[in-house]
Design a protein around this ligand. Structure first.
Ligand SMILES: Nc1ncnc2c1ncn2[C@@H]1O[C@H](COP(=O)(O)OP(=O)(O)OP(=O)(O)O)[C@@H](O)[C@H]1O
Length: 467
């Protein structure tokens, strides 16, 4: 082959290659366009716009041989795009903008003008529009949901079944129903008075969730209620106890998000779940979203897969921003005993960050009195002084354990006499524990935290706390 024909054949091969690439790109674009149309048709059907969906299917000749895959819907795609945009550019994606009214063009296809939607107008032959029929079918499900949280004190709004809220996909409703089934009943019997020695935290929680509901007119302008509160501190100091009291005392719908359960149960779909959670909380407002162990969900180094964790955090930030910005009566309460591990962007969204510290001597005194008094055991002030003095570093939970151990110690003495056949078990009477029993228990039970641990929290509070 001479140089010229070599050149021609190389040029021919290159142009064939270019044609191939062009064809591939064209095919990809046309596949994409086709997928978009299927997605739109499915979305319209999902939203009960049956006539519009049929019209679209006819106009673009969609074949009934294809259907949208289970786990793809427009809502998910949009949500993922928003999360991606936020994590990439650190600002919210703008999906819509108001158009110029003068230049706006409204396109009404001829077919839809002729055909009125069966859902829109009941006729004599068909008095129950198709849409309402769908509603009835689903209403049964909604009723079950209402029953599931019927022991919560609910307002009229909160008693509305899910189906009353239009415009959500069936996937959204499925997730929403799971969430509603996990609403914490307000009948756990924990009152403010059970959170002994935690007066400052209680005041703040009342400011955030109780008073704004009782006297909303007092909380306007700059005096808006706190929307995000983080309770942090050593283990066993009553953070979860406080949140249970919020559930019982606040009369809000209380959504309990246990981090480990959340990530495990909805792995791969956590951010979708999170979005629905906040949607549902808004729909059923006033509500409280309680996130236990926030560090497991939003630490700088979350252990669930890197990408999933990034997307989850981005969605959490979007949702927290929404709560802070909007007027909705949704309050987010979170706890952690590793505040230093939290992602700083998440941390910033919690307007109040409160240390629930180890109880001081006076608080320990009150906690001893609370637990022994609650069981009918009376100790005088001097005895309570002695206990509180010797229990430095004990958390509320440690003190509770100590009280149990003291009572068990007394019972054990009696059981030993039964074992030695000194008395019959039927005749065994257990006396109140005395100070010696408590001191003996003090030798056995050691506190979980100590001054060094406490120091770490105090240091973090001085740097990042907001109380
Ligand atoms: N201040 C307190 N007054 C009365 N009881 C308390 C107090 N603090 C803790 N307790 C008791 O200890 C138990 C455990 O406390 P709680 O679970 O609230 O601690 P926590 O701070 O959430 O711990 P962790 O950080 O490990 O989750 C409570 O259910 C309660 O019985």
């Amino acid at each position: 082959m001479d140089g010229c024909s070599e050149y021609i054949s190389a040029a021919g091969a290159q142009s064939a290659l270019q044609r191939n690439v062009r064809d591939r790109v064209k095919k990809e674009a046309s596949d994409r366009r086709r997928s978009i149309l299927y997605l739109i048709a499915a979305y319209l059907r999902e939203q009960n716009f049956t006539a519009s969906s049929e019209c679209l299917e006819a106009e673009v000749q969609l074949s009934s041989d294809f259907e949208v895959c289970d786990n793809i819907d427009l809502d998910t795609i949009l949500q993922e795009y928003q999360s991606y945009y936020y994590s990439k550019f650190n600002k919210h994606a703008k999906i819509l903008r108001k158009c110029n009214v003068q230049t706006r063009v409204v396109h009404v296809p001829k077919e839809t003008k002729k055909k009125s939607s069966p859902a829109a107008k009941p006729t004599q032959e068909n008095p129950v529009p198709q849409f309402q029929f769908e509603v009835r079918k689903l209403l049964g499900k909604g009723d079950e949901v209402v029953k599931a949280y019927s022991d919560v004190t609910l307002t009229d709004n909160q008693l509305r079944p899910l189906i009353d809220f239009d415009g959500y996909s069936s996937e959204w409703r499925e997730i929403a129903e799971i969430i509603l089934k996990e609403v914490v009943p307000g009948t756990m019997g924990v009152a403010w008075k059970d959170c002994v020695g935690l007066g400052a935290c209680i005041e703040l929680l009342k400011e955030a969730v109780v008073y704004p509901l009782k006297r909303p007119e007092l909380f306007t302008g700059l005096v808006t209620p706190w929307k995000g509160v983080l309770l942090y501190g050593p283990p066993g100091t009553g953070k979860t106890l406080l949140s249970k009291a919020v559930a019982c005392e606040s009369k809000t719908m209380f959504f309990n998000v246990t981090s480990s359960g959340f990530v495990h149960k909805y792995r791969g779909d956590s951010e979708k779940m999170l979005k629905v959670l906040f949607d549902v909380a808004r729909l059923y407002a006033p509500s409280t979203i309680f996130v236990d162990e926030l560090d497991a969900l939003a630490s700088c180094s979350s252990d669930f897969q890197h990408d999933a964790s990034r997307r989850f955090k981005a969605e959490l930030l979007i949702q927290l921003d929404g709560i802070l910005r909007d007027e909705d009566k949704v309050f987010v309460l979170a706890t952690t005993n590793r505040p230093w591990d939290l992602d700083s962007a998440v941390l910033r969204r919690f307007e109040k960050r409160i240390l629930v510290d180890l109880p001081g001597k006076e608080s320990r005194w009150k906690i001893f009195r609370y637990y022994f008094g609650g069981s009918g055991y009376k100790f005088n002030e001097l005895e309570l002084d002695a206990m509180s003095k010797r229990s430095a570093d004990f958390s509320g939970s440690d003190i509770k354990n100590l009280c149990r151990e003291a009572c068990m110690g007394k019972l054990r003495q009696g059981l030993r006499r039964v074992e030695n056949n000194e008395i019959k078990i039927e005749n065994l009477e257990v006396n109140s524990p005395c100070l010696d029993d408590v001191l003996a228990a003090l030798m056995k039970i050691r506190p979980v935290a100590n001054a060094r641990v406490q120091e770490k929290y105090l240091k973090w509070r001085d740097e990042f706390g907001c109380y």
